[in-house]
Design a protein. Sequence first.
Lengths: 480, 480
Amino acid sequence: MDLNSEIFSASARRAIDWIIHYFEHTDEYPVLSRVKPGEIKSQLPELPPTLSESFDTILDDFEKIIIPGITHWNHPRFFAYFSITGSYPGIIGEFLSSALNVNAMNWKSSPSATELEEVVLEWFRYMVQLPTTFMGIINDTASVSSLCAIAAAREATAFNIRELGLSGRPDLPQLILYVSEETHSSIERAAMVLGIGQNNVRKISTDAVFRMNTDELEQRIRVDIDNGCKPIGVVATIGTTSTTSIDPVAEIASICRKYNLWLHVDAAYGGPVSILPEKRDYFVGWELADSIVINPHKWMFTPIDCSVLFSRRPDMLKSAFSLVPEYLRTAEQDVVKNYMDYGVALGRRFRALKLWMIIRSYGTNKIQKTLREHLNYAEKFKAKVEEHDDFELMAPVPFSTVVFRLNPNHGKHSLSNDELNSVNERLMNKINATGEVFLSHTKLRGNFSIRLAIGNIKTIEADIDLAWDIILKQAKEFCS
Amino acid sequence: MDLNSEIFSASARRAIDWIIHYFEHTDEYPVLSRVKPGEIKSQLPELPPTLSESFDTILDDFEKIIIPGITHWNHPRFFAYFSITGSYPGIIGEFLSSALNVNAMNWKSSPSATELEEVVLEWFRYMVQLPTTFMGIINDTASVSSLCAIAAAREATAFNIRELGLSGRPDLPQLILYVSEETHSSIERAAMVLGIGQNNVRKISTDAVFRMNTDELEQRIRVDIDNGCKPIGVVATIGTTSTTSIDPVAEIASICRKYNLWLHVDAAYGGPVSILPEKRDYFVGWELADSIVINPHKWMFTPIDCSVLFSRRPDMLKSAFSLVPEYLRTAEQDVVKNYMDYGVALGRRFRALKLWMIIRSYGTNKIQKTLREHLNYAEKFKAKVEEHDDFELMAPVPFSTVVFRLNPNHGKHSLSNDELNSVNERLMNKINATGEVFLSHTKLRGNFSIRLAIGNIKTIEADIDLAWDIILKQAKEFCS
């Protein structure tokens, strides 16, 4: 009953042509979609069609109805959140993977899916210079990779939580997880899911440049132990979401060793930069971590989703997750890797394929070159901010994200903090309303700060210059 | 630095041609890959390439190295596990979605992604005849959808687990979850992740046709309450994995109401059949559930992954999961839906696109027609088993999966149970070794049973006949 091959061929060719045209003209679209809430919905029928519709009609509607409601993550001037990026080789990888439609749950269900995942993650491990003791697995998102890591940390306490659970156990102290106040919210969410609870996530304060205060970390651990609680792990971040700050991982690792805590490193965004020899300083100590998450779908040209969890202790992931019912037992299960044993989801897409195609199509040299360009653009943008009397930098720029705000005449206009916050929020909204750039924001110690995050494969230096021009133009009314 | 458009165009066209040729000749491949453990790995270099490789080389290797290690889930005689199925419209949907590469985390990040998900899940809700009170969300897999549902059940206990967690709380009784001995292992895994613990998952026995015994369910609930435990929910299944049995959902629902328990219905496989008016009996009472999971990627022609979680109580999902840090706050957040608030993962692929294309391309009529064909093939295969003296049916066949075993001359050969198990395991392995069919197995009350699961869009009646011929031929040696 499937579409016939001729129609598939014609439709897929139309899709290719559309994608190419779209990629060559992405910068002609408003970055941020301009539709109002409900506008897309109102153009779609309330009920599904009874009869088959032609694929050309569907593709017409895709272009006419769906595209205007797209915020263009592919736009070279999408500078919001983290600017993630896909790429042509990754798209072909996804295309073939969706055609093969294998479930990479166990080795037998497609040996190539399992073995290619092993090989390509070995390549990736080698590229980011982690020791051979780290095993990798691909998950959908960093939220899930980190949840798996913390589940392993919880299992490593030897309270047999897998079997006995956490509730109604007088033998079980409160479990405590340590993060910094700059740690990504997905970690707090993981603690909620895992039954640790938000209140048992200790948010350690950060220093002037948003790095976790390790003195406070150790002090809190001691107080918690004295109070009969059970610290289970620490999450350190290399490239936090607000400012891309880098926690002192080596120091945190030695505290973890001292108190026998699991160290999880969130390098979801920053991780790929470890491919650059000149930036290895950022990663000192991460080889001491028990687990590390790096997302190729953020900053390594891979279409969403592809999040890699590396761990030195895959046995603990297996302890936390493995369950093999009769209908999934296979003759080979003791001599092969069955990735379903190491995470939450049984069903697993064949995500290694796109990563393999990307790494081969670019080679490590081109990947390095592009990351260096992005870092260089960020340096240039940072210099513009620093040199201007009406703007100030809000945080150091170790990676490709610049956090800044308008502060007319460097504060000599004597705007109150509330006024500055309001001015910057209005400025950002005006900039985004141009459709030429999309920036997002954060708050740093109560200060509304604008973020410009560079990461798209299509971004060139002229995009950074244009963004700055637009920012200056829109800022004028606040500086008079 | 991306591939240039000409190379992308040529490579993607080569991929289309390959896919079409593959789909038109899938039945010429051995269903189950014949490679040995390590065979794929040994053909791949240990280190990533430094320099860019041509895309034609990569596609050559895809065909030469990767494909022999693929188990063909697209093969019309893939009858193992649940026979999931993609389709041409779904593949084009994935292709475009990977090109757009949007993160459907909140409305602003692409209004079309959010609103199309709302619309297409309204269509789907209408198709499966659930009341308008159910809200849908797309997750990757049923493992995750069910985990979310049980997290909501846990949150609904009013113990404020989100904030306080589960451990070190003398006020908190043991939380108990009820399933049947036929419930899918992903539920037990969810209980492990959520800190409920395997030992607190009560596996209620099943009747002669593998349906949960509701008397025992209620009895266990009472005993647990008397013992000071806190029952939180029951998982009922419409289409269990081993036999596709159907739990008495209406009865279970009334027990849940009586004891104020969350009812989650796992209809991951069986759910789409609710589109058929003549099969509505199977689903009586599911409208009383608090949550229901249905996977379009199993039996509705959608490439993996696409799992729909419907819930009457989305507020509880939100209570369990919502966390909005400053950098994700948007002006519209109170008037739009932000799907990131209802699940584990922050990053979300634009999965609604493929489902929309599939439903439109086929229309509900063709979807019904194909499901009816699959049900009809199963009936026919079932009749063959029933009519043969050397085979026996091991369970009723409400859906498209037939569970049977070889029992020569209906037991008059007086093989012991162990011998029968060994014979059937050898028979299955011999059948699978032909490369013509792929069957899997389960154990029912200790009896090794062979499963033939029909679900592929390409399967036709001749494939069922051929499977039966192969089974008979391979069974001969055991019947002499």
